[in-house]
Design a protein around this ligand. Structure first.
Ligand code: SAH
Ligand code: SF4
Ligand code: F3S
Length: 458
């Protein structure tokens, strides 16, 4: 046995130096924030590791949108208690939406947590960690002028980069915690965004996805006439950038100018994620969504007229308080009328502090589940039909990499952001891996309800 072996084993029982393990829950906004916090920690000498065991700092970037999301984090935090007891030098931090929502309550419930850092404060993570040298706990959850600063981010994936272009939300959908966890809507300076996109393209990213809770409201808070449409035009000019996307849209903010701009600019994906949430006017009113079923359907009509081939994605909530069979049937008929290319379906989860907390959470869980499954099944039927109509069609596919489910295939995204796979090796025996990061024409041959299969057009 080498002479240093005993030392090495005793070292592993102590806390490693400046290593961070981060786990990210929730939406792309959180993933983007994690990339920023990793960059900040990297500047402060931290190295990212793949497990709690190797880490001197464990960070959970949390989501609060449904109780289920928070339950997962409560489980993680509970499990860390004995780890911290054995390794008191371990630092544990909670950031993200649950941190913002619960603040000190997290420390009261889990005293082994050192840091609670809100959604506008995590950029200061290295300084907050330093202040732990003189304090037992740090709780920093003020909302601040975060968006004025340049955000260095540490990105891992090489094709698509996510860029938050705004933060917060000024809508107050009655079920939603996001306005509480992310604060008021704030847009970032377009010049700064352009600068960031240029650097990303220089680093080899082919696509950027612009992020915002109501991304088509981008620019309103700048007060200088900047809109999402003008930002798209500005970014579209960047040489080397191949595709631009944005999520998530609120039906009320999608102007004709924006639809025309999407149609006109070839690099902009022909796809909109515009959650409808429900097809019943009564429920939409109780949800505070600010549009009627009819207005939603008219938006769909407008989008499809102005952008031929546009693919629409929706979110739905089932089991909102007082949702009757009739209300639910209205959602089913809305789905039938629109035929979305994809839908996310969620069971209503009552959130503390939201206006809907004053309504009884009166739809039994089994009913919520049955309605959820019904919509998911219906979505698969619609998707299967939408996909089948594309057999024989050619789509411009941005090749992203090897397919996760089949190593012999490459996967990519169409202009409408549909998932398309093609053989990784051509009939000529030549590997197509060099196409990763390029846009290539693919003829669609067949499909399942989840995936389109095709091959390069000769
Ligand atoms: N900003 C986006 C999405 C916000 S959260 C938008 O406005 O559309 C993502 C999705 O979670 C929402 O679209 C909604 O369908 C769902 N959601 C939000 N709050 C929820 C709750 N309390 N229970 C169940 N689903 C919820
Ligand atoms: Fe939540 Fe509504 Fe804002 Fe979306 S628009 S983040 S659902 S409050
Ligand atoms: Fe996203 Fe969840 Fe927060 S969906 S904005 S991480 S509550």
């Amino acid at each position: 046995m080498p002479a240093h072996a005993p030392d090495a084993s005793s070292a592993s029982a102590t806390t490693p130096d400046k290593t961070v393990y981060i786990e990210t829950f929730g939406c792309q906004m959180n993933s983007a924030d994690s990339e920023v916090v990793l960059a900040r920690l990297g500047d402060a000498g931290y190295r990212q590791v793949g497990s709690v065991d190797e880490a001197s700092l464990v960070l959970y970037n949390t989501c609060a949108v449904r109780d289920h999301a928070e339950a997962k984090i409560r489980g993680r935090l509970g499990a860390l208690k004995p780890v911290k007891a054995k390794r008191p030098g371990l630092r544990i931090g909670v950031m993200g939406c649950m941190a913002q929502r619960e603040k000190d309550a997290i420390i009261q419930r889990y005293p082994h947590v050192d840091l609670v850092v809100g959604t506008d404060q995590f950029v200061r993570m290295p300084q907050l960690l330093e202040s732990l040298e003189t304090r037992d706990h740090v709780v920093e959850t003020a909302f601040g002028d975060f968006e004025g600063k340049l955000w260095e981010a540490r990105r891992t994936e090489g094709i698509n980069a996510w860029i938050p272009i705004m933060r917060g939300c000024n809508y107050n959908c009655t079920y939603c915690v996001v306005p509480f966890t992310r604060g008021r809507e704030k847009s970032r300076d377009p010049a700064q965004i352009e600068d960031e996109v240029r650097r990303l393209v220089d680093d080899g990213f082919a696509q950027v996805t612009l992020l915002g809770q109501t991304v088509d409201a981008y620019g309103k808070t700048l007060g200088d006439g900047t809109t999402l449409a003008s930002l798209l035009r500005r970014l579209h000019r960047i040489e080397g950038l191949k595709r631009l996307r944005f999520v998530t849209s609120h039906p009320k903010d999608i102007t004709d100018e924006l639809l025309d701009t999407i149609a006109e600019l070839p690099k902009v994906a022909k796809h909109l994620h515009v959650p409808a949430q429900s097809g019943s006017d009564r429920i939409l009113r109780m949800m505070g969504r600010r549009y009627t079923r009819d207005e939603y359907l008219r938006f769909v009509e407008r989008a499809r007229t102005k952008i031929p081939g546009v693919e629409l994605l929706s979110d739905f909530i089932v089991g909102f308080p007082r949702e009757s069979d009739q209300d639910f049937a209205a959602t089913v008929s809305l789905m039938d009328a629109v035929r979305f290319a994809g839908s996310y379906v969620f069971m209503y989860s009552q959130r503390p502090g939201t206006p809907a907390e004053n309504l009884p959470d009166d739809i039994p869980n089994e009913v919520k589940k049955a309605r959820c499954n019904h919509l998911l099944d219906l979505q698969l039927v619609h998707q299967g039909e939408v996909y089948a109509k594309l057999h024989g069609a050619i789509r411009q596919v941005l090749v992203e990499g090897a397919s996760k489910s089949d190593d012999a295939m490459l996967h990519g995204r169409s202009e409408g952001n549909l998932n398309i796979v093609l053989p990784r090796v051509g009939a000529d025996g030549i590997s197509r891996d060099p196409l990763i990061g390029s846009i290539v024409p693919v003829r669609i041959a067949r499909s399942t309800s989840l995936t389109l299969f095709g091959d390069l057009v000769a």
